[in-house]
Design a protein around this ligand. Structure first.
Ligand SMILES: Nc1ncnc2c1ncn2[C@@H]1O[C@H](COP(=O)(O)OP(=O)(O)O)[C@@H](O)[C@H]1O
Ligand SMILES: [Mg+2]
Length: 282
């Protein structure tokens, strides 16, 4: 049986419970994440994605619904223990630094958790090596590029040895190069360690890499499935304020122009292959 690392059961959340006319930020959302999976949550602005992330991380409490982490019901008593098994990286790379140097910064949460000095030093080095930033140990965070800052933020989360890494739009303020760096880092980490990743993203090229997508709309789970299943919703996605990833959009446009294609490419490489096989290969 698959190992469930996270389970949300009928979560409903409102920021203003006393005001009846205020819409729920999250409404009756249930889903499960298995150990080692990469789940992406997509949906337009205000669809409840960050609220969900904060509920999972125990930063917000729900009145309705429950959260199970590693088969344990999250409550006020085990919250700290559970939270120490999750790493979270937020959107703005400049708001995530507390240390004067890269290594101080990565060490910060470990220090707070009372990790002994020697182990702390080892873990800081290991985490920075995992994101390929070990040569920046003594650098000041503010002088790093956006992509480097987010990799350090990921190292800060990894140093805690989390079972689950939550990225809330962690690449959205980065330039294409920075985005690439961070994504490559996350992919490599998953290959090497089997880390479970929950990434909230606007970037459909990022979402398409996930094992499974959760599509949020107006606080509700609108759909859940493999990237292929979700992007097959096509026009429905566009109506709900999401775009389609480049290879899918390109396939559709080409087919609309009469180019013969199988039309199921999920990456640029697959698109090139599809064009080749459907048109030129004898
Ligand atoms: N701190 C807050 N106080 C009141 N309402 C909020 C707060 N944060 C978010 N909201 C509202 O909750 C809804 C969901 O927001 P959010 O979870 O941030 O969406 P997303 O991350 O998908 O953009 C939105 O209607 C938003 O305006
Ligand atoms: Mg958000």
């Amino acid at each position: 049986m698959m190992n469930e690392i996270l389970k949300l059961n009928n979560i409903t959340f409102t920021y203003a419970p006393e005001q009846e006319e205020v819409k729920n930020a999250v409404e009756d959302v249930s889903f499960t994440v298995n150990e080692g999976e990469w789940i992406a949550i997509v949906g337009h602005n205000g669809s409840g994605k960050s609220t969900l992330a904060k509920i999972i991380n125990g930063l917000l409490f729900t009145e309705q619904g429950t959260v199970e982490v590693m088969q344990k019901l999250m409550n006020e008593e085990n919250l700290w223990d559970i939270r120490s098994q999750m790493g979270m990286v937020f959107q703005n790379p400049d708001n995530q630094f507390v240390g004067a140097t890269v290594q101080d910064d990565v060490a910060f949460a470990l220090e707070n958790n009372g990790v002994p000095h020697e182990e702390m030093v080892a873990r800081v080095h290991e985490a920075l090596a995992q994101v390929k930033m070990e040569q920046f140990l003594d650098h000041e965070p503010q002088h790093l590029s956006g992509g480097q800052k987010q990799r350090v933020a990921i190292a800060g989360a990894l140093a805690l040895k989390p079972r689950l890494l939550i990225l809330d739009e962690a690449t959205s303020m980065l330039d294409p190069q920075g985005r690439k760096e961070v994504l490559a880092t996350v992919r490599k980490l998953r290959e090497d360690t089997g880390l479970t990743v929950l990434s909230i993203t606007h970037d459909l090229e990022e979402a398409i890499l996930a094992d499974r997508l959760l599509f949020m709309n107006g606080g509700q789970k609108f759909a859940e499935g493999t990237p292929k299943e979700i992007f097959d919703l096509g026009d429905q996605l566009i109506e709900l304020g999401l775009d389609l990833p480049f290879p899918i959009k390109m396939s559709k446009l080409l087919m609309a122009q009469g180019v013969s294609l199988q039309g199921n490419a999920m990456s640029e490489e697959e698109l090139v292959n599809d064009i080749w096989i459907s048109n030129f290969k004898k």
